[in-house]
Design a protein around this ligand. Structure first.
Ligand code: PLP
Length: 379
């Protein structure tokens, strides 16, 4: 039996989502732009699916544009925001613990003459609104701050930043990468006060290849892709109706039990914290992230890559940090300035509602064995 505890990397597609994709591919498979009945059916389904995502975000359907993934949403938001504000300045504020989908476009903009302030977290991973206040300038045109950090599970003060920007009458647009926060942490775009917000399907039991960008009414981003005028003329290309149907189904399924799901995840995380710290001597928690699905720990003195492989051989899947970093030390843990021995041993355990306490029991046993068997090779 396998124990998949790497849900911040990606999740298993739910039955309901897979069925919805199948129906969209085989029943309502028309092109939503076609004028005949099959096209009309597909267009109607698309409208309903957009409304589901919009409702989950607390947005209007017209404010939700489907993209191919969270990375695309982040890239578009950042490029689009600075282009829109191009006459107002060339300063961007973001954090040193953003995903590369935010950091890389920011670095590219630096090469094009923008100045970017990367706010550093404290030892626990926290970033404060005061740091944004201190960095904010007349020529700041964009603040991009994630809602939940993908490695630490830290929740960032996005709503407070929005209030600050309003108080200071800043021209800066506020973008939020909510790829990890979506559904796991309750929010609406209105309560966060954001202008742009990114989400991704595959983190919430929909397939890979679908994301969305919330664009607040009145914000006129330049098109991401030009062509056949789909997605309100902002992102042309025939809509991936199967992925969209699956995304809506997964979100609807989650929303039906939103509070219970979050409580269940918190229960799993609390159980893991209690069990792992009690039974694995030397294992320590990293940071104080409150998101219910992400638990970073460190096994000081052990190489996380070796531990991850050891567990994988036993059918237990966790991560040594963000899956996007593939072996390179994570910039997020580096930003915490952890001592090298602790940093080398960082492991990320991440839960979904498909997990049970048995998965955590299996992980605990696996880690006990790892400590016993890897000890001699590393000491
Ligand atoms: N932002 C965060 C916080 C993420 O965790 C991820 C994926 O790991 C992304 C963006 C990128 O999303 P996607 O894989 O849909 O491109």
């Amino acid at each position: 039996m396998e124990h998949y505890l790497d849900n911040a990397a990606t999740t298993r597609v739910s039955e309901a989502a897979a069925q919805a994709a199948l129906a969209a591919m085989t029943d309502s498979f028309g092109n939503p732009s076609s004028r005949h009945e099959a096209g009309t059916r597909a267009a109607q389904a698309l409208k309903e699916h957009r409304a589901v995502i919009a409702k989950a975000l607390g947005a209007q359907p017209g404010e939700v544009i489907f993209t191919s993934c969270g990375t695309e949403s982040d890239n578009w938001a950042i490029r689009g925001a600075v282009h829109l504000n191009r006459r107002k300045g060339k300063h961007i504020i973001t954090t040193a613990i953003e995903h590369d989908a935010v950091l890389e476009p920011c670095r590219a903009l630096e090469r094009e003459g923008y100045e970017v302030t990367y706010l550093k977290p404290d030892r626990m991973g926290n970033i404060t609104v005061q740091q944004v206040a201190d960095a904010l300038r007349e020529d700041t045109v964009l603040v991009s701050m994630m809602l939940v950090n993908n490695e630490l599970g830290i929740i960032l003060p996005v709503a407070e930043v929005s209030k600050l920007l309003k108080q200071r009458k800043s021209a800066a647009l506020l973008h939020c990468d909510a790829v990890q926060g979506f559904l796991h942490v309750p929010f609406t775009v209105g309560a966060l006060g954001v202008d742009l917000l990114s989400v991704s399907g595959h983190k919430v039991h929909a397939p890979k290849g679908i994301g969305a960008l919330y664009i607040k009414n009145g914000i006129k981003l330049a098109p991401m892709i030009m062509g056949g005028h789909q997605e309100d003329n902002l992102r042309s290309g025939t809509e991936p109706t199967a992925q969209i149907a699956a995304f809506a189904a997964a979100v609807e399924e989650w929303q039906a039990r939103g509070t219970e799901n979050r409580m269940y995840l918190k229960e799993l995380k609390d159980y893991a914290v209690q069990k792992l710290t009690a039974e694995i001597p030397g294992l320590e928690l990293v940071g104080n992230g409150e998101s219910p699905h992400i638990l970073p720990v460190t096994l000081t003195g052990y190489k996380s890559e070796v531990v991850v492989r050891f567990l994988s051989d036993r059918g237990i899947f966790i991560s040594s940090g963000s899956a996007c970093h593939k072996g390179k030390p994570s910039h997020v843990f580096a930003a915490l300035n952890l001592p090298k021995k602790q940093m080398d041993g960082v492991l990320r355990i991440s839960f979904s509602t498909h997990n049970t306490k048995e998965d955590i029991d299996a992980l605990t046993e696996g880690l006990k064995q790892a400590k016993d068997q890897l000890f001699t090779s590393l000491s």
